[in-house]
Design a binder for this molecule. Sequence first.
Ligand code: HEC
Ligand code: HEC
Ligand code: HEC
Length: 376
Amino acid sequence: MIIRLTLRRIGLGLAALLLGGLLVGWSGVIYVGASGGHWPVTEWFLHWVMRNSVRTRALALEVPDLSGPALLDRGAGHYATGCAPCHGAPGERQNPIVQASLPPPPEFSKRFDPWKPEELFRIVQHGVRYSGMPAWVAIERHDEIWAMVAFLEKLPRMPQDEYQRLAFGPEGARQPSSGLIGIGAINTGGPAPPAQEALADCARCHGMDGRGRENDAFPVLAGQSEAYLREALLAFSHGTRHSGLMQPPAARADDAILGQIATHYARQPFAPVPHPPAETALLEEGERIARQGIPAEGVPACLSCHGGAALARNPSYPALHGQHASYLENQLVQWQAGTRGGGPYRDLMGTIAGRLSPEQNKAVAAWFARQDKASD
Ligand code: HEC
Ligand code: HEC
Ligand code: HEC
């Protein structure tokens, strides 16, 4: 018997399939529990699709230079609280609750598939749908995601003591936080106890003294005004300033505690950071922009807001002197890309940064980094 295919019959067939699907879904026979796992064929199929998707979407990506200790410090610092609770870490076992999820996150000290750096970037940036693997909190912050990739590349061969030094800081500010091991607060002699525990989290990356690490992984907080620090923290916590590294720790503490931590860091003695060599011509250009601005481009003198007198007048403006040049430059780049955000005065700076060229970013950042006090 020959059944002639007509549009009407195809339509009816599809409608019957749809109805059948709805009936099966409605009947409740499909098992959605996480116990028991997938059939091997389902598991193979899901991973095959995931791998192909990641590989194809990573094709156009260019891998930047991933060497240098600062990237490892940033990646490890975030991994300890953002990833280790699911993936485990050197010396930290995976929690049995996590192992009972479907699919279970791979425990990286036991299984780490040979992904290329650009593929890791895609996975960390966008996460994996239907698996519990989250996307990066600020997906537009490519610089942060590459730092995580640099760390992941080293993770499978990383000894426990190196991991702990990178993730918890040279002061060993806090115990690992995998959920199997309790979170220990340290006695800081500073703010009240609830703030101490939150501060111990900050100190892993910024140090108790707010000077960060020996390298330029983290911005200097010591001696920055209390008002600016508080507004920056609230901006991270409420999502108007974008950073996958800073939004989570800021959101872990409530607003009152963030205020106490801002007071703590504002009281730490300021000490300028060591700065890399820079050419005289570059520094001269930087000084010119800082003192006079670029009138032809409508750029005001930076010191009219970031100089000593202006800082005393409006403590919500940040001090730039003695800050890491790489940090200052990167903030300008983030504004230019539309990804910085910030506190209540962020639009002022967004407009100004938008008028600087990459060379001018570099020059003015290098000049400010070398100043050990606020000039007017
Ligand atoms: C809530 C738990 C959870 C958190 C938090 C989490 N992941 Fe995952 N991750 C998963 C799961 C589940 C998978 C497995 C996905 C799959 O099988 O397709 C996964 C897969 C991955 C993979 C691919 C591994 C492979 O070989 O298939 C990488 C890489 C990865 N995660 C990195 C990270 C990083 C980096 C972080 C922190 C920024 C992180 N994950 C945070 C649950 C998590
Ligand atoms: C995982 C490491 C890490 C932890 C933990 C961390 N920070 Fe940060 N912090 C950073 C990085 C990286 C930046 C730079 C963010 C950027 O590039 O936008 C930063 C930026 C900041 C800034 C903005 C500085 C400026 O000049 O604008 C403040 C303020 C700050 N952190 C305070 C804190 C406080 C308070 C805590 C604890 C509640 C904390 N941080 C926890 C890594 C960390
Ligand atoms: C009209 C006042 C004003 C002028 C002029 C100004 N800024 Fe700013 N700048 C701000 C404010 C306000 C912020 C804080 C924005 C926020 O995070 O909410 C800021 C933040 C910054 C930051 C980020 C600091 C940090 O710790 O994250 C950099 C870098 C910066 N400015 C560079 C410059 C440079 C370079 C110039 C000159 C070309 C300049 N600014 C001129 C007001 C100004």
